[in-house]
Structure formats: C-alpha cells, structure tokens
Ligand binder design. Structure first.
Ligand code: ADP
Length: 767
C-alpha cells in the first residue's frame, strides 16, 4: 500500500502577483525618472541657449552698429569736407578689408548714379542690388533722414542686406552711401567656434524662412531652439539658434531604451513565470487529485491485487489483499519468495503456479489454489496474472488479481445440489412439465414424462406439442384437452413466468386425467341412474296420491258430463248452462293433463336445459304434485314468493326435483309433530344476483351427528329411504352455481336453504 506525498505549500495569489507588481513598479519608476531627467536637462539647456543667443545677438548687433557708425562718420566727412575719389577709396578700402561681411561700399548721387565705389569692380553678388532697390532705398533715406536698412535681398543666391546712409551736403541734394552686407559672412565672422559647436545659428525672416545660417554638416539639429529679434532692417530679422543633438544624448537614449526594454522584458518574464507557476500548480493539483482517486479506487477494490518483480518478490499489495489474507502489507513485502499466505500442504502447488506466472504462462482462465489467512483459516482463490510494463515499455514484473472464491464455490456446490434436487423432483412427478418461450413457442425445458406421454424422442422435438392456451392473457389458466391420437384426457395448467434470462415463458403442468375422467363419467351415469330410480321411487310413493289427485278432475269431468246429458234430455235445454258445464269439463281435463305431463317430465331422463323460469310458477307445480301428500299428513303449507321476483336461470325440472325433495322430506319429518303444529313454510327472497329459497318445517330437527352425514349418498334414517335425495339436490344446486345448506329453525325443526343465480336478463333489468 502506498501513501500520498505531502502537498507542497501552495503559493498564494499575492505571492504570485508580487514579483510582477514590483517589476511593473520598477519600470514605471524608471520611466518617470527618465521623463523627469529629460525635462530637467532640457530646461537647463534651454536656459544656457537663451544666454548664448542673447550674447550672440549682442555680438552681431555691436558689429553692425560699429560698421554703421563708421559709415555715418564717413558720410559726415563727405558732407563737411568733400572728398576726392582717391580719398574715398583710401578711406573705404581699409573699412571693407577689415569688415569681411561688408561686400561693397558705394557713393551714390541724387540721380542715383554711383560716383565711386569700393572695390572698383562690382562683385558678382552685387549684381543683386538692382537699381530699383537703390531708388527705393534713396526714397526711404530721404524720408527718414538717417541710415536705413533695405529689405533682405536673395535674388543672387547670396543673402544680402543693404544699408543706406545719407550724406547731407550743404549745397546740393542728398547723396548717400550704400553698404552691402553678405549675411552668410556676417554669421561666419560673428558666430564664434564655441557657439557654432553647439548650435546651428540662422538668420530667419518673421515668416520662418531661413536667410542665412551657419552649421556643422556632421551634426543634426535637435528640437530645442530659440529666436531673438536682431533689430536690423525693416523686417526685423530673427536670430535663431538650434541645439545640436549631442552624441552623449544618443548614448544616453540607447542606454535608456535598453533599460526600459530590459524592464519590460523582466516584467514580461515575471508575468510568464507567474503564469507558468499557476499552470504548474493547477497541473500538480490535478495530478494529486488523480493520484488520490487512483489510490482510493485501489483501496476500495474488493479484489486483491499484488505486484511481483521479475524474481518473484512482492513489491506491492493492496488493502483488499491484506484484508483477504489477514497479513499486514509489510509482513508480505518482507517475506521474500516464500509467501506467508501459502499453506504448507499447498506449498508445491503454489510454487508451481508462481513458476508458471514468472515463466509467462498467464492462463486466461486464471489459476485456482488455496491460500491461508493469518489465523490459519484456508480459503480458495483464483489468480489472474498479467505482465507489468512501465512507462518506457519495459517489462518490470507481474501484476495479479486475486479473487476469494470460497463463498462462490460454496454457492456453486449448493446450486448444483439444488439443481439435482430440482431435477429429481421434476423427473419424479407424475405430471409432464414443460417450459416454452412465450413468443416463439420454443421448448426450453421438459421433464421425461412429457416425452413419454407424447411418445417423443427427447432430442427431436424442440417445439411444444400441446395446444397453446390463450396466451394473450397474463393470468394463470387451466383447461382440459383430449389427445385424439393417444386417446387420453389431460388437464393443462398454464401460467406465465419469467425465465432465467429474463424473457417471458409459459410454464405448463400437464396431468393425465383419463382415469379421473372415466371415473367421473361412471359416477355421472350412476348418478343419473340413481336420480331416475329415486324419481321412480318417489313416483311409486306418490302413485296413490296421484291417483287421488287425478280422480278429482276425472270425477268432476264425469259429473259435468252427466249434468250435460241431463240438460240435453230436456225439451229446451239451457244452452248457456250447457256451455258453462262443457267449459268446466275442459278446464278439469286441462288440469288432469298438466298433472300427467308434470309426472312424465319429472320421471323422464333428460339432459339439463337451463332457461329463465319464474319461481312462483315452479312452486305452484310442486305444490300440485305434493297436494295429496300434504292433505294426507295434514300439513299446512304457506308459500311466500312474490310474482314480482325476477326469474332464475335454471333447468326448471331439476329445480322442481330439488324443491320437491326438500318439501317431501319436510312433510315426512313432521310425521311425529302434533297436527296443530305441522306447518311447512316456503319463502323466496332476492340477494344480489341470487334468489334464496328457504324451506322450514317443525319436524324433529337435525342433530350434529346427522349434520355431517346428511348430504352423503345413501345416508337415510327412514326404513324405506334411499339416502340419495339430499345428495342429488346438492349436486343439482352446485351444478347451477348455487349453494345448499341446512340450519336449525329458530321456532323448532329445521330449515333447508339454497340459492340459484338470477337470469342475466333480469339482472340487467333490475336496478
Ligand atoms: P331419504 O329421504 O331417502 O332418507 P334423503 O337424502 O332425502 O334420503 O334424506 C336423508 C336423511 O336426512 C333422511 O333419512 C332424514 O333422516 C334426514 N332429513 C332430511 N330432511 C329432513 C328434515 N326436513 N328434517 C329432519 N331430518 C331430515
């Protein structure tokens, strides 16, 4: 048995999230720091830029202002003293040579004609200074009466700026000096190296277009830039300085990008690690659950499991096997190659099985042997062995399932014994027993009596030969069947049942009732003969009474006939009286005929014929038959049978015989009763679907000993009695699905009661 290893403590949600959170925080902090230092740096650079730009503006402004003062001084000299061309050239040549940005200097008269110029030959760039410009500049100078800068001139490709200085001559119109400046040169000269190293310096118009600039081609201008107005010219040129991107910046930026990239990478890897840990934890939990489930399954198995290595030593036993043997797992695992559960007497057999298993002979039916428990008790087992292969497909031992089959074995033996008993009983029965499939009729089981009774070879017949009863019914049925071929009567008792495989079958018990049938037929014949005899005897007894009974209508007919003859002898016979007498005669003759027909039917032997018959009419007929006897015995008869009672469904003659017998017995029972008490009562009443007739007398009554014998054949207390009357009466009533019984009459004597079913029509009619 194995134990589940203790689970590694599960990392909480915070423990998993914290590294990612810290990495994120670090990246964010770094970002904030970088942004902050970037702006800080930019601000300080901007401040430096502002100072440098201001200085540069002052330097350029100073230079231009110096040149302007030089020109104003020259103009003043020209105006005061007048100069010769040679003087002019001498004075201006040094100025032009010492001021590199000053391209040329011209002395222009009032007609806008250049009188003198330095240098003498116009420079190529000077061509840009068109006459038109000069004119407009002259106008501006005249208007202002002071030096005026021109608009920047860009026609020639070289950006130029002209300065017109008025020469205020005392006697003539205004002349003026025109100085042309090359703005590129101005910047080249005036922007010192330490400024040019850091900034791209430009002269720009207010609309932003660049006029001139000084820059290092190897460097890229950055985004940090500032402008200041230069206060030269009417357009107010702007001096702009743009900071170059520093190489240090690039390195810093690369470093920063690398840092940010690394932080992001760290963040991503922490996140991935967190996910990986979570997945691992989930997988571990799943594995643990599965392992726990497997171990629980192993432990809840009721089948013993053991694992042996290739040498036959036990390496694992499950809980069920420990329970089965009673040995602890450690005991068995430490046992070596001789197992403690092998009984000494079975040692050879157990070793042989082990050798077979280790030799790879794993029988699919398993091996059966006997083991012993730790308390010495022996038990039978069946072992199924299989190769044990590890995850790499290597054969590492043998795994066996061990079933304790002791109980199974016992049950099998008990079942076998029970089956043998069952077969013995089945074969010992007189009746034939057959089980057949309910749908196909296929014979599933039959005892030898079946084959014997129907003279069938046992293997041959697969189908039931007896007639099938109404199998659509699900209740048990019983029927009698005459086998014409074998001339035998059989009683077939049939009932549906569920077969061993769960299918519906019919179980039939067939009993040979030929002997019983013959006996019944004989008994019936004897009964009929007896009835006949009884009737004849009854008739013999009644003969004198009947003679008397018939005598009455005959005597009446005779006297009516005499009367008729007397009437006819008269001269005028009274025809009305004659008619009445003849009618009476006919009535009496009819009555006599009824008596005779009743006697004939009573005596005649006939098959029962049931029909609806009225009880009051039947009682009247019997009363007629017994009239003479009642009179002779001085018995008073009272009949209470309303005509409204529904008819009964019976053979009228048989029923008459019953009533006749019971009333005759009642009359005879009262022979010793005082005449005053001789009363015979016949009552009829309806009880559900039956009519109950009660015949009460005041005779000697019936003792308890008599009660047991009364309905038996040939029981009589009379000297001339046959003892068959009551027996026949009960047969007739039972034949009509009724009941006949006797009880003591509360007023003395006894009373016989019987029931007969009402006719079906009347049942339907009655409420
Ligand atoms: P039998 O009339 O030929 O003797 P029954 O079978 O009719 O045969 O009657 C059997 C016996 O039952 C009679 O002998 C008589 O002892 C007794 N028994 C029948 N009816 C009565 C009755 N109403 N009161 C007393 N005893 C009776």
């Amino acid at each position: 048995m194995r134990k589940l290893p203790a689970p590694t403590p599960r990392l909480g949600r915070w423990a998993l999230t914290l590294p990612s959170f810290l990495a994120g925080l670090f990246t964010l902090g770094l970002g904030v720091f970088l942004v902050f230092s970037y702006y800080n740096d930019r601000n300080s650079r901007s401040a430096v830029l502002e100072q440098d730009l201001l200085w540069q503006k002052q330097a350029i402004g100073l230079q231009m202002s110096n040149t302007r003062h030089e020109l104003e001084s020259l103009a003043a000299t020209l105006a005061a003293n007048g100069l010769t061309s040679a003087d002019f050239t001498a004075r201006t040549l040094s100025l032009v040579q010492n001021t590199p940005e000053l391209l040329s200097l011209a002395y222009v008269d009032e007609t806008v004609q250049t009188r003198w110029r330095t240098p003498l030959n116009p420079l190529p760039a000077e061509a840009g200074l068109a006459h038109r410009n000069l004119v407009s500049q002259r106008a501006a100078v005249l208007l202002a009466d002071e030096p005026v800068y021109s608009m920047p001139i860009t026609d020639t490709g070289t950006p130029l700026l002209a300065l017109a200085v008025p020469v205020k001559l005392p006697f003539a119109g205004r002349h003026f000096l025109v100085a042309q400046f090359d703005l590129n040169r101005l910047l080249n000269q005036q922007v010192p190296w330490w400024i040019a190293q850091r900034y791209q310096v430009s002269l720009v118009r207010p609309d932003g277009s660049i006029l001139a600039h000084k820059f290092d081609r190897r460097l890229d201008p950055g985004t940090l830039s500032q402008q200041l107005p230069l206060d030269i010219g009417p357009e107010h040129l702007q001096l702009q300085a743009t900071v170059y991107r520093e190489r240090g910046d690039l390195r810093q930026n690369t470093l920063l990008s690398a840092l940010i990239g690394l932080s992001l990478l760290m963040l991503a890897s922490t996140w991935a690690m967190r996910r990986h840990i979570r997945e691992r934890q989930a997988a571990e939990a799943l594995l643990r659950r599965e392992t726990a489930m497997r171990m629980a399954m192993e432990d809840s198995l009721i089948t013993g499991t053991r694992v042996m290595d290739l040498e036959g030593r036990l390496t694992y036993v499950n809980r069920a096997f420990c329970t089965m043997t009673g040995f602890a797992a450690e005991q068995m695992l430490a046992a070596g190659q001789l197992m403690p559960y092998w009984p000494p007497e079975e040692l050879e057999h157990c070793l042989a099985i082990n050798r077979q298993i280790l030799g790879g002979e794993t029988d699919s039916n398993g091996f059966q042997c006997r083991f012993q428990r730790s308390n010495g008790e022996r038990f039978d087992v069946r072992i199924y062995a299989a190769r044990l292969v590890d995850g790499e497909g290597q054969h590492i031992g043998w795994i066996s399932s061990i079933y304790d089959i002791t109980e199974l074995q016992r049950e099998r033996e008990a079942l076998q014994a029970s089956h043998e008993r069952f077969v013995a009983v089945l074969n010992g029965l007189d009746a034939a027993v057959v089980v057949s499939d309910a749908s196909s009729g296929e014979l599933l089981l039959a005892n030898p009596q079946y084959y014997h009774a129907f003279r069938l070879p046992e293997e041959h017949e697969r189908c039931c030969v007896i007639p099938l009863l109404h199998r659509e019914q699900t209740a048990a049925q019983s029927a009698e069947w005459f086998d014409e071929f074998g001339q035998h009567w059989y009683q077939i008792k049939s009932r549906p049942s569920i077969w061993v495989d769960g299918s519906l079958v019919w179980l039939e018990i067939i009993t040979d009732i030929t002997a019983l049938k013959e006996a019944q037929q004989r008994e019936q014949q004897q009964n009929e003969q007896l009835q006949q005899t009884t009737r004849l005897i009854s008739m013999g007894e009644m003969a004198s009474s009947l003679a008397h009974e018939l005598n009455q209508p005959l005597a009446a007919i005779a006297s009516y006939a005499t009367g008729c003859r007397n009437l006819l002898t008269q001269a005028e016979p009274n025809l009305r009286q004659l008619d009445q007498a003849i009618e009476k005669m006919a009535e009496q003759a009819k009555r006599a005929g009824l008596i005779i027909r009743g006697i004939r039917e009573f005596v005649q032997r006939r098959a029962p014929h049931r029909a609806a018959c009225q009880m009051h009419q039947l009682l009247a007929t019997v009363q007629l038959l017994l009239a003479a006897q009642l009179k002779k015995q001085q018995v008073r008869l009272s009949i209470d049978c309303p005509e409204t009672l529904p008819p009964v469904f019976a053979d009228p003659v048989m029923l008459e015989q019953v009533v006749f017998n019971l009333m005759k017995n009642a009359i005879e029972a009262m022979s010793d009763t005082p005449v005053a008490e001789r009363r015979l009562q016949v009552e009829a009443e309806r009880l559900d679907g039956l009519l109950q007739i009660t015949i009460s007398d005041r005779g000697a009554g019936i003792t308890d000993e008599q009660l047991e014998q009364l309905f038996k054949a040939f029981y009589t207390t009379k000297a001339t009695g046959m003892g068959m009357g009551l027996n026949i009466c009960r047969s007739i009533i039972e034949h009509h699905q009724g009941r006949l019984w006797v009880e003591a009459n509360p007023g003395g004597g006894s009373r016989f009661l019987f029931t007969v079913p009402l006719s079906e029509d009347s049942n339907a009619r009655e409420p």
